[in-house]
Design a protein around this ligand. Structure first.
Ligand code: PEP
Ligand code: MN
Length: 260
């Protein structure tokens, strides 16, 4: 049976919303968060299993033990589930667990060896993939990662704009540099462009204004971090929204049709 594409332009209602915790922490945290999000009508959940941390010594994700929890969630709730993969073994474990969508994180997109390893492991596999921009503002590196995944035969593809890192603290955790996704889009007008306001903002108060800006620029979707108890989150506590706060934000967003 041919699986229905997620990221093809006529498969979803714009904006496509993907939401879920930065990291999967416990079965209860996962279920309570997913339950809250399903109540808001969200059907694609994100959740970190393997977490690429900048410095060692912080929580690096639960790894494979979280995968059966995802399988249980999918039996109870009508959701598709997206996780980050950073190696061929992550892809293999994720496929075995029936994960629906993979994404390549900003620290992997910078490395052609890593992206190529992931691409090789995806050959002959029919799964939707999202590719985040690299941490540094290098458009070619982002395009190169997309080309490697396309060459592996993946055609259900989206890109995610999550901003670019800085040396000193700035208003944003990661500067949006909107001209980069805009330029990307002029070169790949058919690819779905998703904005990740959570990692650009770094703090909850800034998430709505960034999400609105993305919609004003006609982005196709939003990937937002949501946690049942954000202040207690093991990673990215300052930027996650409760499912209820996410709903309020989504209700206030205005969709516009400004083409670029
Ligand atoms: C994440 O999505 O939680 C994450 C680690 O993101 P990024 O790769 O954008 O830093
Ligand atoms: Mn995060």
């Amino acid at each position: 049976m041919e699986l229905k594409a997620i990221f093809h332009k006529n498969s979803y209602q714009k904006p496509l919303i993907i939401a879920g915790p930065c990291s999967i922490e416990t079965p209860e945290q996962l279920e309570q968060t997913v339950k809250g999000l399903v109540q808001q009508g969200i059907s694609i959940i994100r959740g970190g299993v393997w977490k690429p941390r900048t410095r060692p010594g912080s929580f690096e994700g639960l790894g494979g033990i979280a995968l059966p929890w995802i399988q249980e969630i999918k039996q109870k709730y009508p959701v598709k589930f997206a996780i980050e993969v950073a190696s061929a073994s992550h892809v293999e474990e994720g496929l075995k667990a029936g994960i629906d969508v993979f994404w390549i994180g900003a620290r992997s997109t910078v490395n052609p060896f890593t992206v190529q390893e992931i691409a090789e492991s995806l050959k002959g596999v029919n799964i939707p993939v999202m590719i985040k921009n690299p941490v540094n503002p290098d458009l070619s590196l982002w395009i190169g990662a997309v080309e490697r995944i396309m060459k592996a035969g993946i055609n259900d593809l989206a890109v995610v704009h999550r901003g670019f890192s800085n040396f000193r603290d700035t208003v944003h955790r990661n500067s949006p540099l909107w001209q980069i996704p805009i330029e990307f889009r002029t070169q790949f007008p058919e690819l779905m462009m998703i904005n990740d306001p959570s990692h650009i903002a770094g703090k909850r108060s800034l998430v709505p204004v960034i999400a609105q800006k993305a919609l004003d620029l006609n982005f196709d979707g939003l990937m937002i971090e949501s946690h049942i108890n954000p202040d207690q989150a093991w990673t990215d506590a300052a930027q996650q929204l409760t499912p209820a706060d996410l709903q309020v934000m989504l209700q206030h967003l205005k969709t516009r049709k400004v083409h670029f």
